[in-house]
Design a protein around this ligand. Structure first.
Ligand code: HEM
Ligand code: HEM
Length: 144
């Protein structure tokens, strides 16, 4: 089960990065060209994020690197700290930002503001995500 979740989480990372980028580029152009807000294009990034959240939470409890790897000693080891603390926490914050951005935009009525809101929240989330991906194993880690 662990291996299955790990591969799924690793693959969904591509799906999320692609989905988020498509959402961001779309709302960026809509914002710049004063076009209508397209909720479905923002929904793409949101769904990818929620899917990865569920799988991430599952992997956190089955992986030896997740909750089982948490200890005071592990706190001093940067790779261990990344997996049991920094990565899950930062990804959680990013996914909350995506959800808040999407929800705020849903309540607004002016297209320019809707596009701007999604753009800002999704962009910050993307930066946070990129900051805590375990780059030393991914994408190369997909095989292992
Ligand atoms: C731990 C699991 C999850 C949590 C805590 C969560 C939480 C949330 C929250 C707080 C919202 C905001 C609703 C709003 O204000 O509009 C939301 C919306 C949404 N979630 Fe999730 N979610 C989870 C899993 C999933 C999964 C697995 C999917 C499907 C792939 C999903 C799909 C959606 C969709 C489509 C919406 C947007 C609905 C709309 O258009 O307003 N979520 N979720
Ligand atoms: C923005 C969403 C997320 C992205 C893009 C992401 C991405 C990744 C990537 C690329 C890996 C490396 C996989 C590999 O070894 O090939 C990984 C590992 C891991 N992630 Fe996430 N993740 C996300 C959210 C989460 C969340 C919310 C949690 C937990 C609450 C989590 C927990 C973990 C754990 C424990 C590992 C280590 C798995 C292992 O090798 O045993 N992730 N993540």
């Amino acid at each position: 089960m662990y291996t299955g979740f790990k591969h799924l989480h690793s693959t969904l990372a591509y799906v999320l990065l692609a989905g988020l980028l498509i959402s961001i580029v779309y709302v960026l152009f809509a914002y710049l060209q004063n076009k209508a807000y397209n909720r479905k294009m923002a929904l793409l990034g949101l769904i990818c994020a929620h899917l990865q959240l569920v799988v991430g939470l599952a992997i956190y409890f089955v992986s030896p690197l997740g909750i089982k790897g948490a200890s005071g000693e592990a706190m001093k080891i940067s790779t261990a700290r990344l997996y049991f603390l920094e990565h899950p926490l930062m990804m959680l914050i990013a996914i909350v930002l995506i959800t808040v951005g999407y929800s705020k935009a849903k309540k607004l009525t002016v297209a320019k503001k809707q596009n701007g809101t999604v753009l800002a929240f999704y962009l910050i989330a993307l930066i946070l995500i990129l900051s805590r991906i375990p780059w030393h194993v991914w994408p190369a880690g997909l095989a292992g």
